[in-house]
Design a protein around this ligand. Structure first.
Ligand code: SF4
Length: 197
């Protein structure tokens, strides 16, 4: 079903997604500048985390980025994605933990950096989030942030408006394509579904 969605339908939604992402990146940078936090040479690399992504719009944007890679790179990323999915499935079946690098990370760089999903953009810095029917949730930053910046007074970084904008865009996008199924996928799982572009 996802593979059948035509570019003419989803491209205008991707244009709107780019605007939301730019706002997110701006707010993240503002917070990072406040803390003087740099996400470089981090031993606890968050690209080892098994992040799940929940939106069709992020899936389609990753797909767009993947197909902009040169063919050789696409093949490499696809092969790494298949290996990651296979190893993850094996470990899950045995109930064993597994930690693997995201297949899009090559030489410590994200080869789809401009296309990376929301959580990759926001991870690391302490934030607040208002969930419907719940109070404001306060979350700490990542381990590296805690080590480097624990003495600084907290900067207000509210993710709520971004989550709301993403949810509204996703709803509209799904209505436009008539899709009701929920999405929960890692980047590796997304990439193995992409055809040759
Ligand atoms: S998509 Fe990019 S930033 Fe996100 S986990 Fe993968 S390599 Fe890291």
């Amino acid at each position: 079903m996802i593979a059948e969605i035509g570019q003419n339908i989803y491209i205008p939604f991707l244009d709107r997604l780019k605007i939301i992402y730019a706002d997110m990146d701006g707010k993240y940078q503002e917070a990072a500048d406040y803390y003087s936090f740099e996400c470089t040479e981090c031993e606890d690399n968050c690209c080892f985390t098994r992040f799940y992504h929940y939106t069709l719009i992020e899936y389609l944007y990753i797909k767009e980025g993947f197909h902009c890679l040169e063919n050789k790179k696409q093949v490499e990323v696809k092969q790494r994605s298949l290996a990651v999915c296979r190893k993850t499935d094996e470990a899950d079946e045995k109930g064993k933990p597994v930690q693997q690098m995201c297949p899009v990370n090559s030489g410590s760089l994200c080869v789809l950096y401009p296309y990376r999903p929301m959580i990759c953009r926001l991870h690391g810095i302490p934030h607040e989030l208002q969930r419907p029917g719940q109070g404001m949730l306060n979350s700490p930053g990542c381990g590296t942030f805690a080590l480097k910046c624990h003495e600084k007074k907290r900067f207000k970084f509210d993710r709520t408006p971004f989550y709301m904008q993403m949810a509204a865009l996703e709803k509209e996008m799904k209505e436009a394509v008539g899709m009701t199924q929920k999405i929960k996928m890692t980047v590796a799982q997304m990439i193995v579904t992409f055809g040759d572009g």
